[in-house]
Design a protein around this ligand. Structure first.
Ligand code: PMV
Length: 327
């Protein structure tokens, strides 16, 4: 195989019905389905260049050699691609995020979606969207949801090999104008990785079974809310899913606390804004950054209120976009 180069760009996604618990850790198979928004402007751009002169993969992040643990993860993912392609040649990978890495802003989702698209192309694989989603999932579960665009459902799947655990779009970006505002409270890397947090919660939280059970109900209701374009209902499910996920994690032993004080203040703010009649609902992932689902009409007032909260260092206003693609 000769030198080949492919570049892909993938958007981040934020789940409204959260994924937090695996039925298979090696394959990143979820214990329940989830629902997310594929969002611009948070994105990763990744270039994969196969090179017969390389003795091992070379991974660059933001122009410098990546740290060993990230490089190992990327190389492990390329091994999967090589296995599928029947190839042995190593690659040079250059990746860049336009937002803080590993801080709970979904960088692993956009990162592995971009790597799946660029890597499969560089290794001459021809994969459709569902197979790309299954491949991206192997890098990071939530990356399965950054392959399609718009509003996305990632199925739990039933098969042990996980080939039916893929993500698909249930609404295109132009079908419904939803907005999401991400607040940055702390741009540093998160304190605990999401796999470790999920496994600790699964093994020790007395609320884990209830969390997974409630997610099944939330997902079915959220899909119905999307079909009905019912923002009130979708918002209510969004906030309760996030709070239930963090509740289950807080009940783990030892307790897992992703939030800082500013995250809690943001939750209070969202509830106050709602009491004043604005359409705003809180969500938060495996980090301290608050995110607010809102209507386009209320977006600017909500962004303004969030940016005035002490401790918020940046806000990113997001809207729906199409999925990962080659550039
Ligand atoms: O893709 P992972 O393994 O980093 O999972 C992250 C999952 C959450 O962000 C915490 C929730 C979600 O559904 O995105």
């Amino acid at each position: 195989m000769n030198e080949k180069i492919a570049i892909a760009r993938a958007p981040a996604n934020v789940a409204l019905v959260k994924y937090f618990g695996k039925r298979d850790v090696d394959l990143n198979l979820p214990a329940a389905g989830s629902l997310s928004l594929t969002l611009t402007p948070l994105e990763t751009t990744t270039e994969v260049q196969t090179d017969p002169s390389l003795a091992s993969d070379e991974i660059f992040m933001d122009g410098v050699i990546a740290d060993p643990s990230f490089s190992r993860r990327v190389s492990g993912f390329l091994n999967l691609v090589r296995e599928m392609a029947g190839a042995r040649i190593h690659a040079r990978v250059r990746t860049q995020n336009n937002f803080p890495t590993a801080a709970g802003l979904a960088s692993s989702a956009s990162g592995f979606a971009a790597l799946a698209v660029a890597g499969s192309k560089a290794y001459d694989l021809s994969l459709d969207e569902l197979r790309l989603s299954a491949l991206a999932r192997r890098g990071s579960g939530s990356a399965a949801r950054s392959i399609p665009g718009g509003i996305v459902v990632w199925e739990k799947g039933e098969q042990r090999d996980g080939l039916d655990s893929t993500a698909r779009s249930i609404a295109d970006p132009g079908d419904w104008d939803l907005r999401l505002i991400a607040g940055v409270t702390d741009p540093g890397p998160k304190k605990i990785g999401s796999t470790e947090a999920m496994e600790c919660t699964r093994k020790t939280s007395p609320y884990y079974a209830g969390w997974i059970e409630s997610t099944r109900v939330d997902l079915a209701e959220a899909i119905a809310a999307v079909n009905d374009r019912n923002l009130e209902k979708l918002g209510e499910i969004t906030e309760r899913s996030a709070l239930s996920m963090h509740g289950a994690a807080l009940a783990a032993r030892p307790a897992i606390l992703f939030w800082n004080g500013v995250t809690v203040e943001a939750l209070h703010l969202v509830r106050e804004l709602r009491a004043k009649g604005l359409q705003a609902w809180f969500t938060c992932d495996a980090g301290p950054q608050p995110k607010i689902l809102c209507s386009p009409d209320d977006e600017l007032s909500i962004a303004d209120a969030l940016s005035q909260l002490p401790g918020i260092t940046d806000i990113i206003r997001c809207k729906l976009t199409s999925g990962a693609r080659l550039i």
